[in-house]
Design a protein around this ligand. Structure first.
Ligand code: HEC
Length: 131
């Protein structure tokens, strides 16, 4: 344990909090999502043509929700708590795939929603793409 702490301090093993902060939303998105949703989330990824479910434009989510990015809904859609055909049905595909450290966000009512830091990072990245 002492050794592990020393390695963390030496920067050889990043501490959990550091991992959470270092999750790059854009890179995680490009790796896991762009194939279907497209590089800037317009719904034009190379796999979109092969899937029978229509690929949504993820840059208009705020517009659809009255100008407010629906962060909690998006997190639930990514981590699989909201069932989507394109995401593999009832199985939470990306929740497991995006593993790593956990993160907590609050609903509008103030209820805590636990998810993965990587899921939150991707959701934040999607928020930055809203037009
Ligand atoms: C295999 C293709 C595919 C991949 C990979 C994929 N998606 Fe999707 N996604 C879809 C499809 C198709 C839908 C449309 C809804 C459905 O499935 O019924 C969708 C819906 C969504 C929605 C809801 C959009 C809306 O209109 O409300 C969000 C948010 C989303 N995806 C985010 C992501 C993120 C983030 C990733 C990567 C972690 C990802 N998706 C990976 C195919 C994919």
């Amino acid at each position: 344990m002492k050794h592990l702490l020393a390695l963390c301090l030496a920067g050889l093993i990043p501490a959990t909090a550091a991992i959470a902060q270092d999750v790059n939303g854009r890179e995680t998105y490009l790796e896991n999502c762009a194939g279907c949703h497209g590089e800037v989330a317009l719904g034009d990824g190379p796999l979109a043509a092969l899937i029978s479910v229509e690929m949504p434009d993820l840059t208009v989510l705020s517009r659809r929700y009255g100008g407010i990015f629906p962060l909690v809904d998006v997190v639930r859609q990514i981590d699989g708590r909201v069932e989507m055909r394109g995401h593999g049905g009832p199985m939470p595909v990306f929740g497991a795939m995006l593993g790593g450290a956990s993160a907590v966000i609050d609903t509008a009512a103030g209820d805590p929603v636990v998810t993965k830091a990587a899921v939150l990072a991707v959701a934040d990245y999607l928020e930055s793409l809203q037009r």
